[in-house]
Write a protein that binds this ligand. Structure first.
Ligand SMILES: C[S@@+](CC[C@H](N)C(=O)[O-])C[C@H]1O[C@@H](n2cnc3c(N)ncnc32)[C@H](O)[C@@H]1O
Length: 156
């Protein structure tokens, strides 16, 4: 994936602006360079980090941002209502079927992700962003149980 990313960056002649690096977000974050960031994006990735390690990760991102920097996160989420969670899952599987996935493929993917992808509720995510520094945190997008959050560092 990294090789392909590098190739695409080169094709678009953006290699003087982007650098692709491999890092483990559940490991020692002090070994990963992230300073003075204006914007950090994390799409569909935090859900794979063990819940106990997420606070540390968010705090590290907050500390790495400049004043008024933004953190944009996309995540699979749970709602408070179990019935609604069930609806969203069914709608999503229908969407996959409409796009050519077979039931067996859908079932295998579900099994592969069990206990690996651990979604939080909306409110749990917002609370986590705030308790780790973000002064402003809210959702700006939702499609079924997929949501995106915008968090801002605004100390003044
Ligand atoms: C669903 S994919 C999303 C990929 C990409 N962000 C996108 O939006 O297309 C989840 C990504 O999380 C990454 N990931 C999972 N655990 C990770 C970890 N501990 N450290 C770094 N990345 C991790 C995987 O390598 C994978 O690329």
């Amino acid at each position: 994936m990294l090789e392909q990313a590098n190739q695409k960056i080169k094709e678009k002649e953006l290699d003087n602006r982007f650098q692709v690096r491999h890092a483990d977000l559940k490991g020692d974050l002090s070994k990963i360079q992230l300073d003075n960031a204006s914007v950090v994006t994390m799409c569909w990735t935090m859900q794979f980090i063990r819940p106990l390690r997420r606070d540390n990760l968010i705090k590290w991102i907050y500390n790495s941002l400049v004043e008024e920097g933004a953190f944009i996160v996309a995540e699979k989420v749970l709602t408070k209502d179990t019935c609604m969670n069930r609806f969203f899952i069914d709608f999503y599987y229908d969407y996959k079927r409409r796009n050519g996935y077979k039931d067996l493929e859908i079932m295998r993917k579900r099994e592969a992700l069990e206990n690996v992808l651990i979604p939080f509720r909306f409110d749990e995510n917002i609370e986590m962003f705030k308790r780790n520094g973000f002064e402003i945190a809210d959702t700006f997008f939702q499609y079924y149980n997929f949501s995106a959050f915008l968090c801002l560092k605004k100390t003044t």
